[in-house]
Design a protein around this ligand. Structure first.
Ligand SMILES: [Zn+2]
Length: 208
């Protein structure tokens, strides 16, 4: 598989593409454009949360442990979210739940290059990102979703390209890992069904 820096570079390139489109085509402001870029870069390393250890896992979980509760805070009652005691309970609990419990659950449920390295997971990540940012308008949320989706897809492409080695310099030969990143399902039927169920639920929330 490609390394952390390669995936981060891929995410930065696809995030830059999505943010350029947002700036010049949809006329978004500079903060919106920058956030689309940052989220695309995170999308570029997102599929490696199934790696069980190391930089990608630590970076992504510590980032989303702060980002997701902060985004969900907007949906809570204004008077509740202003009290310091609420903030202390809310952020510390959310951090523990996401960074430890959800992280442990994902480690147990997934294997490296399993279902998280797949096209449907990229789609689910894009859809969840859309829903997290919908309060800022559907155009912006769609560009965030697209940026995260493209970041994940770029990751899968880089992993697949890394599955090629060259014999006699120019003859491409497939490594054993070929085909394990850019796929529609995993070998585990239950995990695959769970992923498609989540896609069905998020798609229904978006369109209904
Ligand atoms: Zn990977």
């Amino acid at each position: 598989m490609a390394n952390f820096n390669t995936h981060l570079t891929g995410g930065i390139i696809s995030g830059a593409g999505a943010s350029a489109l947002s700036l010049f085509w949809f006329d978004m402001n500079i903060i919106q454009t920058l956030s689309i870029f940052i989220l695309g870069a995170i999308g570029g390393i997102l599929p490696d949360i199934d790696s069980d250890s190391g930089k990608p896992l630590n970076f992504i979980f510590s980032t989303i442990s702060i980002l997701i509760p902060a985004l969900m805070l907007q949906k809570l009652n204004a008077s509740e979210r202003l009290s310091p005691e609420f903030m202390a309970c809310y952020f510390v609990s959310a951090y523990i739940i996401i960074n430890y419990l959800v992280c442990m659950f994902i480690k147990k449920l997934t294997v490296h290059r399993g279902i998280i390295h797949s096209i449907p997971f990229a789609l689910l990540s894009g859809e969840i990102s859309y829903l997290l940012f919908i309060s800022s308008g559907s155009n912006f949320a769609a560009m965030v979703g697209l940026s995260v989706f493209m970041g994940c897809i770029t990751h899968l492409i880089f992993d697949e390209l890394n599955s090629l080695s060259f014999k006699f310099v120019f003859i491409p030969v497939l490594k054993k890992s070929s085909g394990t990143a850019f796929k529609m399902k995993s070998n585990n039927l239950y995990v695959t069904l769970l992923l498609y169920l989540l896609i069905f639920i998020t798609t229904s929330i978006i369109f209904l």
